[in-house]
Ligand binder design. Structure first.
Ligand code: HEM
Length: 191
């Protein structure tokens, strides 16, 4: 059985993590840039997601085997893995929707943190290690640049980089604490 996150397990760490405010990582202007560009990106999550994942599998081939639903073994060469395009598209949209859930919760750090910690826990169950998270950032950048075109300015890129780092930080905490029960509405210890 998992522990009650707020009362029994690492309360100090929990408090620290819960109080970890996005506003310490991103300026209001950067939050605004992420939200503005997200309103464009979300119109075509398929293109964004597929661009990100194709690049990711190309540049990080050793991580392919973590995605069994999307990857099937190549008939001619069993050491290679082919991407199932339909599954890739479906999955890519799901992951981008996950990113969207984060962007749309930017105003509420406590809820955002809870969502990201829970996401880290589901990834831990899939054997994803914290150090793998940052390996997706270069592919995210390629996807963002492809969809936003000229709108992907240095300032926009820096805002997304900071948000991605924040997401990784919170997911990592979830991965390192897989049994904690994360209550999205719990603020017992936060007063
Ligand atoms: C910001 C980074 C990421 C976000 C927002 C994200 C989000 C998601 C979401 C929303 C799902 C589906 C819901 C779930 O199963 O929990 C998912 C599934 C998954 N993610 Fe991630 N993810 C991220 C990074 C990564 C990385 C870096 C890897 C691998 C190295 C990874 C591997 C997986 C796998 C294997 C699944 C399950 C796929 C399946 O159902 O076959 N994720 N991710």
């Amino acid at each position: 059985m998992g522990m009650v996150y707020s009362l029994m397990c690492k309360p100090c760490e929990k408090r620290r993590r819960r109080h970890c405010q996005l506003s310490k990582y991103l300026t209001p202007r950067q939050v605004q840039l992420v939200q503005c560009t997200w309103s464009i990106l979300k119109m075509d999550l398929g293109t964004l997601g597929v661009t990100v994942f194709l690049h990711f599998f190309e540049t990080e081939p050793d991580l392919k085997m973590l995605f069994p639903k999307m990857i099937r073994m190549n008939e001619s060469n069993q050491l290679e893995w082919d991407v199932d395009r339909d599954m890739l598209q479906k999955h890519a949209v799901t992951v981008m929707e996950g990113l969207g859930a984060a962007v749309e919760t930017l105003h509420d750090s406590q809820l955002l943190n809870a969502v990201l910690i829970a996401l880290g826990q589901t990834h831990d169950k899939r054997n994803i290690k914290p150090c793998m998270l940052k390996r997706m950032w270069p592919s995210m950048q390629v996807g963002l640049a492809a969809v936003l075109g000229d709108g992907y300015t240095k300032e926009v890129s820096e805002s997304w980089r900071k948000l991605y780092a924040y997401i990784c930080l919170q997911m990592r905490f979830g991965m390192e604490n897989p049994d904690l029960i994360v209550d999205m509405h719990d603020d017992i210890l936060d007063s």
